[in-house]
Design a protein around this ligand. Structure first.
Ligand code: RAM
Length: 360
């Protein structure tokens, strides 16, 4: 039997008692000590690239936020892949992108329900660690997608694109639009979001290049992936910095709300806006001249790759170690990189020339 009664006792313990205590109490009962790995939490088991893909698995998706259209598309991609593979999909998650405690309890619920794997977009890099490690100790494979936790708290991270490329290209897009001169601001998601914070670090680094000597980043504001808060934060940025020339919003919720504000204001077309958005959200603002260009990857493909990675891990084809390869159906072959990171590919830049070719 794959799951022992001890495992049940431990997961129940996690659900009813303090996480730290439960983790300690259950620490001696594990089949493997996943926390010892220093790169990703790749298991000591050897990968068997020829292992058959298991069917009948249950994979739980836990996005940052369930009512965010970006995650609706991503998770639908996961569901489609799992159905094709003969496995079961389920989704749980908080409705706010700043409900870290909620995410922790959803991890514990999935553990208690004894899913085979979970795909998690982490609201915070560290907060989920104890719960995720507990899941892995119970033989549940943990894949992060979209927003990572720490490498030793999951088996693999399915990344949307190179974080460095995303950060640098957003600065390049905006700088071109403002003629390499003037004050700019960033409108981000939650202050703890691993993905946005990584991209922002690369944006700041890009801005160190002498070609941006006349571009000044005046503020990073946080809209928490909440439409209303993001709208108000945009308004606040323009009140505080009346000379603002441009905004980068590396979140689909933020860029849409900022575009909505700008498009109804005297700043339309004057204050430039770029970042990460979906073509369906942004089409109208590209057509009405509020936004010139922005970028994103296909969220459904990200969800599909997360699902296929989860199944490959559960089937023993991969363990999460650097250099392992697996075939992700029609998406082709992927190789696991440093720290257990699997990269989806290059993002697409959307503008008025190509936006009508996309429907997500
Ligand atoms: C929002 C979320 C998500 C991010 C996208 C770009 O939907 O913050 O994590 O990847 O924007």
């Amino acid at each position: 039997m794959r799951k022992s009664s001890l495992r049940r006792a431990c997961t129940a313990l996690v659900a009813v008692t303090s996480l730290a205590l439960a983790a300690t109490a259950c620490g001696g009962t594990t089949k493997k000590d996943v926390s010892k790995e220093n790169a990703s939490a790749a298991s000591d088991a050897k990968a068997n690239p020829n292992a058959e893909l298991k069917k009948g698995l249950t994979v739980g998706f836990l996005p940052k936020q369930v009512n965010n259209p970006y995650f609706t598309s991503a998770d639908k991609g996961g569901e489609k892949a799992l159905t094709e593979l003969g496995s079961k999909y389920k989704e749980v998650g908080p409705s706010s992108a700043t409900d870290t405690a909620g995410q922790v309890s959803y991890v514990n619920t999935l553990t208690q329900q004894q899913v085979d794997a979970m795909a998690v977009s982490a609201q915070d890099p560290g907060a989920l660690c104890t719960a995720l490690k507990q899941a892995m100790k119970n033989d549940i494979k943990v894949v992060t997608y979209d927003s990572d936790t720490k490498p030793d708290c999951r088996n693999a991270f399915v990344s949307q694109a190179s974080a460095e490329d995303l950060g640098r290209t957003e600065v390049q897009l905006l700088a071109e639009q403002i003629g390499y001169k003037g004050e700019i601001a960033i409108l981000s998601a939650a202050q703890t979001a691993t993905n946005q914070n990584t991209w922002i670090d690369f944006m700041k680094d890009e801005l160190k290049d002498p070609k941006y000597k006349d571009v000044k980043l005046v503020k990073v504001a946080y809209g928490d992936d909440d439409a209303q808060k993001s709208f108000q934060q945009t308004q606040g940025l323009l009140q505080e910095y009346p000379n603002l020339k441009g905004i980068i919003s590396p979140t689909t919720v933020g860029i849409k709300a900022a575009a909505q504000y700008l498009s109804g204001s005297k700043y339309k077309g004057k204050v430039k806006l770029t970042g990460l958005g979906t073509p369906n959200d942004m089409r109208k603002y590209v057509k009405n001249g509020t936004v010139e260009a922005f970028e994103l990857w296909d969220p459904a493909k990200l969800g599909e790759l997360a699902a296929r990675t989860a199944v490959a891990l559960s089937s023993g084809q991969i363990t999460g170690k650097e250099g392992e390869t697996f075939k992700a159906g029609d998406m082709g072959e992927y190789t696991i990189g440093k720290d257990g990171v699997i990269s989806l590919g290059k993002p697409t830049v959307f503008d008025k020339k190509n936006i009508d070719q996309f429907n997500f």
